[in-house]
Design a protein. Structure first.
Length: 361
């Protein structure tokens, strides 16, 4: 997608060098950083310079490729795999990408690993783009159905949570891909952007992306969604996911569950957009998904731009109040209207998931 009219991916390769947009500086600065070594790749994922389930997977793949460039021995392959896997626990794309890379590399002589690893990482990144564009096309049909039901009574209002846009993937995004496709198709729409405390991925990243692509939107506080739904101001919810189980339970950014409950109570369709590498076929019950516990300082402090333009963190709680920071929650399948995948829209149910298993990446 574009920044100031120029096409970007969220991670890209130039010759043998790998670059990312450091998302901790957005929306106020577009800072581009090189992943020079394995340590830089693990740091980028852990400290959320890159984030979003598909992008975490692609970055891990490139991280393993960079590690092979440094030392392609069996021991280093195992150590790099473990170091990357330990960066973040919830998004299953991380494990998916690493296992795919290791599956290929373990069968090759060490001399062939560096080149093969770079090729495979690039393949994973390119596939992610194609997958997300397909999600966009399937999601566009969902949006068209809502438009038809609304019978030209004003724009359709879509609520989204966190950032599942192009910078959460290699390109296009998951939840935002149908929105970009709908804008391309000339559909009149407006997006409610949940701010998504504590790290404000909605306010900082989704609003930045939508603004750059001319998508009408308003940022709302996290607690506003239910109220807007009661007033008839939300026609559709679309969110992303970090891990969806084989029975259709959806793990996503903290606060997603409450939006799904409110959507159900108000009869509003609640869709989840996901690439099939986000499906954890080994788990049925979403409550078994490991939920990342992050630093309390993300709750007690907020990052922003000061009046002098500098990046600042301010304390918003009493200095001694403890805080708890669960980064994700689980929305049970019964609250999900449908899953928008690259192979089509399916029911969030064991049968729905089973119907696409043979076509899944
Ligand atoms: O903690 P983050 O910013 O990595 O969480 C991101 C999300 O929860 C996204 O909604 C999810 O990864 C889907 S991204 C296409």
């Amino acid at each position: 997608m574009k920044i100031d009219g120029k096409n970007y991916r969220s991670i890209w390769q130039e010759n043998d060098r790998i670059w990312i947009i450091d998302q901790t500086f957005l929306p106020h600065e577009v800072k581009i950083t090189e992943l020079q070594d394995l340590a830089a790749a693990t740091f980028a994922i852990r400290e959320m310079q890159v984030r979003g389930a598909p992008l975490i997977g692609a970055t891990a793949a490139y991280g393993l490729a960079i590690a092979m460039r440094e030392n392609a021995s069996d021991t280093n392959l195992a150590d790099a795999f473990d170091a990357l896997l330990a960066t973040r626990p919830t998004a299953v794309n991380l494990r998916w990408a690493l296992e795919r890379m290791r599956g290929l590399l373990a069968n090759l002589p060490a001399t062939e690993r560096p080149a093969a690893a770079m090729t495979e990482a690039a393949k994973i990144a390119n596939e992610d783009i194609a997958i997300n564009e397909a999600i966009g096309n399937h999601g566009l049909e969902v949006i068209r159905t809502i438009v038809a039901a609304k019978k030209d009574q004003g724009p359709i209002n879509i609520l989204t949570h966190c950032n599942a846009g192009w910078i959460a993937t290699v390109d296009w995004g998951t939840a935002l891909a149908p929105i970009y496709k709908a804008i391309e198709a000339g559909i009149d729409l407006h997006v409610w952007v949940d701010e998504t405390r504590p790290r404000n991925q909605g306010a900082a990243l989704t609003a930045w992306e939508l603004g750059a692509h001319g998508v009408p939107h308003h940022v709302i506080v996290d607690n506003a969604g239910g109220h807007l739904m009661q007033r008839g101001l939300v026609d559709l919810c679309i969110v992303g996911t970090d891990r969806t189980t084989a029975a259709g339970d959806v793990c996503n950014k903290i606060g997603t569950y409450l939006k799904a409950v409110a959507a159900k109570d108000n009869g509003i369709p609640f869709y989840v957009a996901l690439p099939t590498p986000t499906i954890d076929w080994t788990i049925e019950d979403g409550l078994q998904i490991p939920i990342e516990q992050r630093a309390a300082t993300e709750v007690t402090h907020v990052w922003g731009q000061g009046s002098d333009g500098s990046r600042q963190s301010v304390l918003v709680t009493p200095a001694k109040s403890p805080a708890r920071n669960d980064a994700f929650d689980v929305t049970p399948a019964r609250l999900v209207t449908g899953l928008i995948t690259e192979v089509g829209v399916i029911d969030a149910s064991p049968t729905g998931l089973a119907s696409i298993r043979k076509d899944a990446a």
